[in-house]
Ligand binder design. Structure first.
Ligand SMILES: Cc1cc2nc3c(=O)[nH]c(=O)nc-3n(C[C@H](O)[C@H](O)[C@H](O)COP(=O)(O)OP(=O)(O)OC[C@H]3O[C@@H](n4cnc5c(N)ncnc54)[C@H](O)[C@@H]3O)c2cc1C
Length: 554
């Protein structure tokens, strides 16, 4: 086994990971570890843009109010105020690192509008915003002599001093000292060590059968953090994007909400514009409302999809403002400027994640987190469109600053474990059958879609808990000896994250934001919500107590 020692380890090469790496590189040596090619991430798929106040008729207060409304009483207002106010600095940082955003005709930015926003405030690079951001940051990182990028290295587990000493993790005391990763090229497991580690592994869309997320979104960071002893919060709040291109074998390609911002209308196959009956904002209602309305209309009518009608935007505007969407749909045989596009909802964004404080610090010393893998208190029960790239950028900058400041203090602590001992593979109790790995992947994803999807019930959640327990038991039995297989590494994480989502949904006796349970259709407490918490130390999943703030460090 070879060993690699750095000042900063960054797990993931999306916006959060790369921006952190570029900032941290001025203070030490950085390794960016990423499980496939560096450009594979949700970041490069983002179309609509990044929300930040810049127009004369806009204000931080309005952006904050829109975020709080979407979050359905569960956002932490102090966190929202801070992130919104730091939007312009985050945009400056992206531009400093080479990102170019579309300019407006009269100076400033060309601003898009998306669902839930009361003003035009979405900065974009046409409909390729994520690609413009991801590729610019990657190019700069590749040019930086203080940054090494390890592609095709799938991180398996965080290394902590507690684990190495055979003790249970203690929040605020246990120190993360590195990570074990499967080097797919060499077929071996490497240990990386550093005093400061950033988790930037993105979301977990692959836990659902239909998702807009790329294949890398298997919840690895959530599972690694939980196994190491960090709390996760609000996992029941899964955002389903209402409009992914309908494709009978499973949807993937997303039709940005910005299309509806420009005038596209959701209709039934028979041409009825039904959204006005569900919400006064019609097709531009918040995403959870639109996704549930589509789900209900499809079931009521027995249709397999609804359609998005773009005729109001106009052919030339569609082609100039949405060139990538236009071209991709044309490849599928649909001229979106001319004919209605078949669409369905699909799992899109996880609002919950690893609990962090305002500086991106987790419960474990030396472990920071930024981007979709986190729960920072910004999104609450529902994410406002285009607030995720903003959150990823703001927290990457904050975490890079905090990790840089604490580098020397943490270095002494980690010295005892640098380099870390070799990976201990453990013992499999049954032989691995690849047929089972594939079958279990499908079973987890089907279970989540059918039982823990857009609309939930107590009965379905109860059944899901029993099924997932059996699936996890099976996966863990044959897991250990066969880690040289990234499908198995991901399946182990998918199954754990699925179980935690189910248990988080089960402890919430209400319908709030993205979590809708037919047996508890209303909000339990109009005065405000309480986060759900997965506590690895006790194994409990519970709602926070009155006055408890999981995002504040004592
Ligand atoms: C189709 C689509 C459109 C979107 N549009 C928008 C939008 O317009 N505006 C907006 O604000 N948000 C949008 N989002 C959401 C937004 O793109 C993501 O939330 C954000 O990019 C997440 O960035 P990140 O850096 O946290 O993670 P990601 O960009 O997902 O990067 C995660 C990285 O971690 C790596 N990784 C994962 N597991 C491991 C492991 N075990 N070992 C090593 N590496 C690992 C991955 O390979 C990847 O490089 C969209 C998402 C999708 C899927």
């Amino acid at each position: 086994m070879s060993k690699q020692q750095y000042d900063f380890l960054v797990i993931g090469s999306g916006l959060a990971g790369l921006l952190f790496a570029l900032e941290a590189a001025s203070r030490g040596r950085v390794a960016v570890i990423t499980k496939r090619l560096p450009e594979e991430s949700s970041t490069v798929h983002a179309q609509g843009g990044i929300a930040s106040v810049s127009a004369a008729d806009d204000s931080f207060d309005l952006h904050m109010a829109d975020t709080l409304t979407a979050g359905a009483g569960l956002c932490r207002p102090d966190v929202v105020a801070g992130v919104v106010a730091e939007g312009p600095q985050a945009i400056d940082a992206l531009e400093r690192h080479g990102v170019t955003l579309s300019a407006g005709e009269n100076g400033g930015y060309d601003l898009g509008r998306e669902g839930g926003h009361s003003r035009r405030r979405i900065l974009h690079a046409k409909d390729r915003t994520g690609r413009a951001i991801g590729m610019a940051l990657l190019e700069r990182a590749q040019q930086d002599s203080n940054i090494d990028i390890y592609a095709n290295h799938c991180c398996i587990d965080l290394i902590t001093d507690s684990k190495l000493e055979g003790r249970h993790p203690v929040p605020g005391v246990t120190h993360v000292v590195g990570v074990y990763a499967l080097d797919a090229g060499a077929g071996s497991i490497q240990a990386f060590s550093a005093p400061q580690v950033l988790l930037a592994t993105g979301g977990a869309g692959k836990v659902y059968r239909y998702t807009s997320n790329p294949d890398v979104a298997t919840g690895d960071g959530l599972a690694m953090a939980y196994r190491a002893g960090a709390r996760l919060a609000n996992l029941e709040f899964v955002q389903f994007h209402p409009t992914c291109l309908y494709e009978p074998r499973g949807s993937r390609f997303l039709l940005s909400e910005a299309l509806r911002g420009e005038g596209a209308v959701i209709k039934s196959i028979s041409g009825e514009a039904f959204m006005e009956a569900y919400h006064p904002m019609g097709s531009l209602a918040p995403r959870d409302v639109v996704a549930r309305a589509i789900d209900q209309e499809m079931k009521r009518r027995g249709d397999r999809h609804v359609v998005l009608d773009l005729t109001a935007i106009g052919r030339e505007r569609v082609k100039s403002r949405f060139p990538m969407i236009y071209a991709t749909c044309l490849e599928e045989g649909i001229d979106i400027a001319h004919e209605p596009v078949p669409v369905v909802p699909a799992a899109h964004y996880l609002c919950g994640g690893v609990v962090t404080d305002a500086a991106g610090r987790t419960d474990l010393v030396g472990l920071y987190a930024a981007g979709e893998v986190t729960c920072t208190g910004l999104h609450g029960a529902n994410r406002l469109a285009s607030n995720s790239l903003l959150e990823a950028a703001v927290f990457a900058l904050r975490a890079a600053h905090a990790a840089g400041e604490a580098l020397e203090e943490h270095r002494a602590r980690v010295a005892a474990w640098s380099p870390p001992p070799p990976w201990n593979p453990g013992q499999a109790t049954v032989p691995k059958e690849s047929v089972l790995v594939n079958a279990h992947w499908e079973m987890v994803r089907a279970l989540m879609w059918d039982f823990v999807g857009i609309v939930r019930s107590d009965h379905r959640l109860g059944l899901a808990e029993r099924y997932i327990a059996l699936l996890r038991e099976s996966v863990e039995q044959y897991y250990w000896d066969f880690l040289l297989d990234s499908d198995l590494i991901e399946l182990r994480n998918l199954a754990l994250v699925a179980q935690l989502i189910i248990r988080s949904a089960a402890v919430r006796p209400e319908s709030r934001g993205l979590h809708f349970n037919v047996d508890h259709p209303g909000i339990a407490d109009e005065r405000g919500g309480r986060e759900s918490l997965c506590e690895p130390v006790t194994g409990a999943v519970r709602l926070v107590r009155a006055g408890e703030n999981p995002f504040a460090r004592g």
